[in-house]
Each structure stands twice: as structure tokens, then as C-alpha cells.
Design a protein around this ligand. Sequence first.
Ligand code: MN3
Length: 202
Amino acid sequence: MAFELPDLPYDYNALEPHIDARTMELHHDKHHNTYLTKFQAAIKGTELEDQDLETILSKAGQHGPAVRNQGGGYLNHNIFWQCMSPNGGGKPSGKLAEAIDKSFGSFDDFKEHFNNAATTLFGSGFVWLVPESGGLKIVSTPNQDNPIMDVVPDASARPVMGLDMWEHAYYLKYQNRKPEYLEAFWNVVNWDYAERQFEANS
Ligand code: MN3
């Protein structure tokens, strides 16, 4: 497999004023690209070069920290850019909306649970919405782990959507103000993408 840095699906400034252009530029061009470069170095000359990303990371526990952390960082950002959109925000619809109501009680209750998971996550990591037997659950992962990884307890499913809670995702604009970053995310969250992921993976 030739792994490449995907273009952002929108301009750096497309998520302004919620997520600032400078953060998006550094986050994509520097952080994401560095995960990719280090992942490529970690698998160079090994049998992993011929496997697809999800196959490799579903067995992250067998491959050592460089593949888990750098490969995870590469995958997580491939996903995260799609979880936001300049046309995002609002509420989900269709089967995803029904599953959120069923699993959490209401959309507002879901947001409260998700925000709570994000603000209580210690250190760097991601918060994910993950399909679970017809419903949904919220999963927090440390560092660059992803719910498809064998090292994540109770996971092993593709996330519907996720949020980057590393400081590099918000510090330039929001510093320590995580609740403001969360509000910004809800204003750009791409429910169309999340609905497609839910229908494909649940
Ligand atoms: Mn990040």
C-alpha cells in the first residue's frame, strides 16, 4: 500500500470562526504529515507495507508502539477531517438520530455524555461515537488509539465520528478553554458523514 496524506476536504479557513485557519494548517500539514512519515518509516521493509491500514491497526498490539502511535495518528486524522464540515452543525437525522435517541435518551443527553467524556479525558486522546449492537456508545481512547485496534477494550468497531482532544487541535485559539472548543466542534460536526458511517458499519 502506498500511504498518502489526504487533502483537507475544505480550505484551511473554511471552518472559521469555529476552528481557525492557522490551527487547521499546522494540524494537517505538520501534525498529520508527521504521523504519516513516521508510520511509513516504521513499516518500511516489513510485510506491513503490503497491508491496508485497517488490517495493520486492527492488530496494533502485535506491531509495537511506532505502528500503533504513528499509524493511529495517520488514521485518526484521515477520519477527523471528515468529521467536520463548513456546512456542519445542527443535529443528525435518519437512522443515526433514532439510534442516538435510543442509546442516550435524546440528542441533548448524548451531547452531554460526549462533552463529559471529552472534558474528563486525561492527557491527549480522542472521543468517539461507536456502533454497538444496533445502538451506539461513546468511547475515549488515549494517545492515537482508535476503536478498531485490538488494544482498545470493548471496541473493535469503526467509529461513526470522533473528536481530537489533543491540545494541538485547539490550543492556538482556545488555550485551556475546552468547553469553547467543544461548542466550536458542535457547530461544524459533519452529521452527513456520521450518518453514512453509521449506516455502513452498524
Ligand atoms: Mn490531532
